[in-house]
Design a protein around this ligand. Structure first.
Ligand code: FAD
Length: 520
């Protein structure tokens, strides 16, 4: 999958595309994959890198959403649990079962959450990930020895799914590419085109690599720009009233020792009446998230000091040795593209279900939902778009579609298991070129081979692409990521044919981004 090839495809397209998708997050790439596997000609345009928006900044859970069960939103939970099962079936190299406990400190919590989790199991039906059970405090401490012991009465164990969001996104993009879709990163859409009757029939975008602008036409344009949806809707209709209520969610990342094992903690009710997680991920502990309504959306949202305080304070209620600010290796923020539901002030209560809106001029906007349900969102969206565009009706085939890298026994590949089948190719690459087997930094177990791979096969153009989304070092340890940046830039420059100036500029640009991941 190379950008050169994608650009070639784009230039060679004669006549309109069937669909143009704007936005290269889970929603847009999911739509492109669905449409291309039905046989439609699809162009996807992403203003930055694939996953630069919210889709690389999630809690990394493939889940039904225990919180929505608490809210009584059973259809949403059932749909998400169903999709959880489909995703594990189609991308077993990236979606894994993870054990969670709800620690109980009050007498009524064990029966209350015990029943709740049994309902969660039942709603999953044959897509279940394992049965929940009530644990004694001794059993609980065997799983999570770091739990606060005072007042601990036991807990409830349940199972859910975990994944690597940006790695899945790249694999989805590669699957779509292999099936014939054209996907371009660093191509912001600048304006929409309309035909004589006022219907949207194309876009103008800029290729940020060359600086050139292109006009491309389509039978239907799909706005999958997440938190940015309203900006694109206003390109269609400057008077469109906002449909997104953006809300920021922050995670902090700590050393693995804070959980001391492979079991996650679910805090069922925080001070502000939400759930919070502490999760083992890539040999670290990820704790979050918050839900802070914001007025401005940006591609690099910054965790607020009070959000970090809140996470630390919540963690201190559950961990015997509470983490402090000094323990934070990285802190990252993402923006939920929540669809407005009236004038509700609390975004935690807004709809997580997806919404598809079709404007008078025929622009299709798909927003909301969650990573777990990206496939169903795409199916629904393409159904509408195909009808609107007058395309031949073709059935959705993604339910049983293996995602790139599909491999049933990826765990033997150790740290590179997330590459699935590609781990074998990576190993072969290192065998043929031992220089690529070099670990770039002792605290950052990234091989030169992974950098090379990201450039050659995964359309990585910047140091940020490699360290934030093709590998996950920026989210895991921002200082280590800054240290390793010059070595990454060197490997990239050799592969991309860039000069020393480029390396320096890349390191400076990345350092400015990475500083935003250090807690304020
Ligand atoms: C803190 C947090 C935790 C979450 N945790 C989970 C979880 O554990 N599990 C789960 O299932 N879901 C989770 N979610 C939800 C999930 O991450 C989102 O629903 C999903 O990633 C949204 O994807 P998207 O493609 O709609 O948006 P995005 O990923 O933001 O993609 C939109 C893209 O559009 C691009 N774009 C914008 N304007 C333009 C333009 N003019 N031209 C071209 N491109 C443009 C942007 O650059 C961006 O990349 C979480 C969300 C948050 C915020």
């Amino acid at each position: 999958m190379t950008r050169h090839d994608m650009l070639g495809q784009m230039l060679e397209q004669h006549g309109p595309w069937d669909l143009i998708v704007v936005g290269g997050g889970a929603t847009g790439v999911g739509v492109a994959l669905d449409a291309t596997t039905r046989g439609y000609r699809v162009l996807l345009l992403e203003q930055s890198d694939f996953g630069k928006g919210t889709s690389s900044r999630s809690t990394k859970l493939v889940h039904g959403g225990v919180r929505y069960l608490q809210q009584g939103n059973v259809p949403l939970v059932m749909e998400a649990l169903h999709e959880r099962g489909i995703l594990r079936q189609n991308a077993p190299h990236l979606v894994r079962e993870l054990a969670f406990v709800v620690p109980n400190y009050l007498w009524w919590e064990a029966p209350f959450y015990g029943i709740g989790m049994r309902v969660y199991d039942m709603l999953a039906g044959r897509h279940g990930f394992g049965h929940s059970q009530v644990l004694t405090s001794e059993e609980l401490l065997l799983r999570i020895p770091t739990l606060e012991r005072e007042g601990l009465r036991g807990g409830v164990l349940y199972h859910d799914g975990q994944f690597d969001d940006s790695r899945l996104l790249i694999d989805l993009a590669r699957t779509a590419y292999a099936k014939g879709a054209c996907l371009l990163n660093y191509t912001p859409v600048l304006s929409l085109q309309k035909d004589g009757a006022g219907y949207v029939n194309g876009v103008v975008f800029r290729d940020d690599e060359s600086g050139r602008e292109h006009t491309v036409t389509a039978r239907c344009v799909i706005n999958a720009t997440g938190a940015f949806s309203d900006a694109l809707r206003r390109m269609d209709d400057p008077s469109a009233s906002p449909m997104i209520a953006p809300s920021q969610g922050v995670h902090i990342v700590l050393h693995k020792k804070f959980l001391g094992g492979d079991t996650a903690i679910m805090v069922p009710r925080t001070r502000d009446d939400r759930v919070m997680f502490a999760i083992p991920w890539h040999e670290h502990t990820v704790v979050g998230t918050t839900d802070t309504p914001i007025s401005e959306v940006s591609l690099e949202p910054r965790p607020l000091s009070e959000e970090i305080d809140f996470i630390l304070e919540t963690a201190s209620g559950y961990l015997a040795e509470p983490p402090t600010r000094a323990d934070i290796l990285s802190a990252f923020a993402g923006i939920r593209p929540l669809v407005k539901a009236g004038e509700a002030g609390n975004t935690a209560a807004l709809s997580r279900e997806h919404t598809i809106q079709i404007s008078k001029a025929g622009l299709v906007t798909i927003a909301g939902g969650k990573w777990t349900t990206y496939r169903k969102m795409a199916e629904d969206c393409v159904n509408y778009a195909a009808t609107l565009a007058g395309l031949d009706e073709k059935p959705c085939v993604t339910r049983d579609l293996h995602i790139h890298g599909y491999h049933l026994s990826a765990p033997p590949f150790g740290a590179y298991a997330d590459y699935g089948e590609d781990a074998l190719l990576l190993a072969g690459l290192v065998e043929g070129r031992p220089d690529l087997g070099a670990v770039l930094d002792p605290d950052a177990p990234i091989l030169a081979a992974q950098v090379f791979w990201a450039v050659r096969h995964e359309m990585a153009l910047t140091v940020d692409d490699v360290l934030a989304r093709r590998t996950r070092l920026l989210s895991l340890n921002a200082r280590a990521a800054m240290r390793v940046a010059p070595a990454v830039a060197r490997v990239m420059a050799a592969e991309l044919g860039k000069a020393e100036d480029w390396e320096k500029a890349q390191v400076a640009e990345f350092t400015a981004i990475a500083e935003r991941y250090l807690p304020v």
